[in-house]
Design a protein around this ligand. Structure first.
Ligand code: UDP
Ligand code: MG
Length: 215
């Protein structure tokens, strides 16, 4: 895979410039992927509405059906990220007194994380997603807040995950699949930068002012 940051093409340079713009909190950008479960449930409009209502600006939007390679690139491959995914599963198992050995044949966070990552990639490639580029004041944190907890059964009512899903890691693990939680939202500014570079080309990004910005 080419490294977009070390050997950027002219298109990628343009994208880097666009993202380097983010000094002011108002120009912060983040990536949302509306996952296949949400698209299939006809929730795209409802989800976009929540971001727009809050005053965030949609500057890129497209429906795409990604393949497994796309999502293998999207989700980090580092040992640390994978083990962390496994650790979260282990916590869930402890909380509900389930047997890791029965479901994963191992108690090792990295091994469990790897199984999990594959489930996640299969799920994300299982149908179309909407890729959304969002800009606005502290966009990364605000979008995460509107999105809610990773596990919908923990997510507060009023958040997207808390209002439209009751899925949980406990339930998903028993079915050997990823949690269906409707949305991916970048976790921090660095994640956002990498993910936007991965999913958007410069000509897919629109620069405009929302009405209230011109008043
Ligand atoms: N995931 C899962 N079970 C878990 C933790 C995560 O299926 O116990 C899936 C879920 O779809 C989640 C994705 O892995 O959205 C990425 O995990 P992360 O911890 O980054 O959660 P997010 O940032 O999406 O809240
Ligand atoms: Mg995440």
């Amino acid at each position: 895979m080419t490294n977009k940051f070390q050997n950027p093409s002219s298109k990628q340079k343009k994208m880097q410039e666009l993202l380097a713009d983010s000094e002011h909190p108002r120009q912060e950008k983040t990536l949302v992927l509306i996952k296949p479960d949400a698209v299939k449930r006809g929730l795209v409009g409802e989800i976009l509405k929540r971001f727009e209502n809050r005053g965030l600006k949609i500057i890129g939007l497209k429906l795409v059906h990604g393949n497994k390679k796309d999502f293998d690139r999207h989700y980090p491959r580092s040992k640390e990220w994978i083990a962390n995914l496994g650790k979260r599963t282990i916590e869930t198992y402890k909380k509900y007194d389930y047997s890791l050995k029965n479901d994963f044949g191992s108690e090792n966070p990295f091994k469990i994380g790897k199984i999990f990552r594959n489930w996640l990639i299969d799920f994300m490639a299982s149908g179309p997603i909407a890729k959304v580029l969002i800009e606005g004041v502290h966009a990364v944190d605000v979008v995460r807040k509107i999105t809610g907890d990773t596990q919908p059964h923990f997510a507060l009512t009023g958040t997207i995950r808390g209002d439209f899903s009751v899925d949980s890691a406990g339930s998903a693990n028993k079915d050997k699949r990823a949690v269906h939680n409707l949305i991916h939202a970048s976790g921090n500014k660095e994640e956002a930068r990498n993910e936007i570079m991965l999913w958007f080309e410069p000509d897919e990004v629109c620069d405009y002012k929302r009405a209230e910005e011109s008043i």
